[in-house]
Design a protein around this ligand. Sequence first.
Ligand SMILES: Cc1ncc(COP(=O)(O)O)c(C=O)c1O
Length: 449
Amino acid sequence: MDNQAYLVQMKSKPLTLSGKVGGPFPAKPRSRRQRWEVKPSEMSRNTLNPIRAIVDGMKLIPNPAKPMISLSIGDPTVFGNLPTDAAVLQAMKDAIDSQRFNGYAPSVGYLRSRQAVANFCSRPEAPLEAEDVILTSGCSQAIELSIGVLCNPGDNILVPRPGFSLYKTLAISMGIEVKFYDLLPEKSWEIDLQHLESLVDERTSCLIVTNPSNPCGSVFSREHLQNILTVASKLCVPILADEIYSDMVFPGCNSPSLASLSSEVPVLACGGLAKRWLVPGWRMGWILIHDRNRVFGSEIRQGLVRLSQRILGACTVVQGALESILNDTPPGFYSSTISCLQSNAEICFSELSAVPGLNPVMPSGAMYLMVGIEMDHFPEFQNDVDFTERLVTEQSVFCLPASAFEYPDFFRIVLTVPEELMLEACGRIREFCRAWYRPPSCDGNDLDQ
Ligand SMILES: Cc1ncc(COP(=O)(O)O)c(C=O)c1O
């Protein structure tokens, strides 16, 4: 159709290749710039990483008498206490030595690597084939492609609060509105489903669920996951399940993947190697397309393939190693990571529970713990940013203020540190709080309220 319209126009007096007008079209005055004016694009101006925005605005000058302990970055490699497994390293060495993975792969990844992910993630209730897997540059790109295929500018997406900041960063830069649904700390950070439901309208194109959670370390029960699916099903909203921390749950916790609990709700599940295999720098992620009810159909699949063709995602060497990484990593590797995280979580929770003015929430997985600050008892500080900034100045301990996750008056602690540093950090936080905590006033006013 478009082509024909073009031909009709060309029939009168054609434009020459040089662009000169040879017909009835009035000559356009050629305008040209008189001076340099190069401005950053709308998209670049609308791209904001709140963590950077907050951290870059903080005065982080540690106390020179105390070595810095940074509990702020969700990178499990920084302290060197959690190396990846030898089998994972060997798989990479073999992939390099084979010289078979130096070229370009198909934009969605090598078929064999996709098959390996499909086999690894397949469950009887939610079977996967290689065509259901798209390999990406980290879970971040998986999230970007998933939002990109489901949403148009002007649509809105539902995002947890507190939640991982990338969702908002990506959505806003794509002209997509973000609506935050509340998580409830008193219910181990379960979703306030009533609130969630109240936000949905006809432009809601995706519900993002992070389980296990960054920043909360919470792990949803099977029942809660089923309730989330009931809401999604009732309101016909597809789910982007961010499951980068899948299976990173403390013993006794069982959290199935969302897709395994519903054959009705279409799910794009995003995952990757970063956290469970402790190699975030290798940038290997994936999208699992779960569509047993054929809601996505071929259109969403093809859309994802087209988006993957913009820029090749996953590194081919890591793709070459993937099958072996997934199949040969010994179970003991996963469990020893989990026991380190759990032991740090228990230490941190019990130490900080005893500190007046702090309310830690015990996690059940992932690698984080959130701590509430009773700001009324710390009148010296205006907010969580102020509080955590001064914690650096006085005690050289840096925790991320949860304003970065749209959740003021909390801070997040990363649990991947060596145990002695965890203990030392908690001791310093206690000292800091003791110095600044102001008990409830004794003038009787409190009793009147
Ligand atoms: C919840 C969540 N999703 C996605 C990612 C991004 O993972 P990747 O490093 O594989 O891009 C992170 C990283 O911290 C995360 O915490």
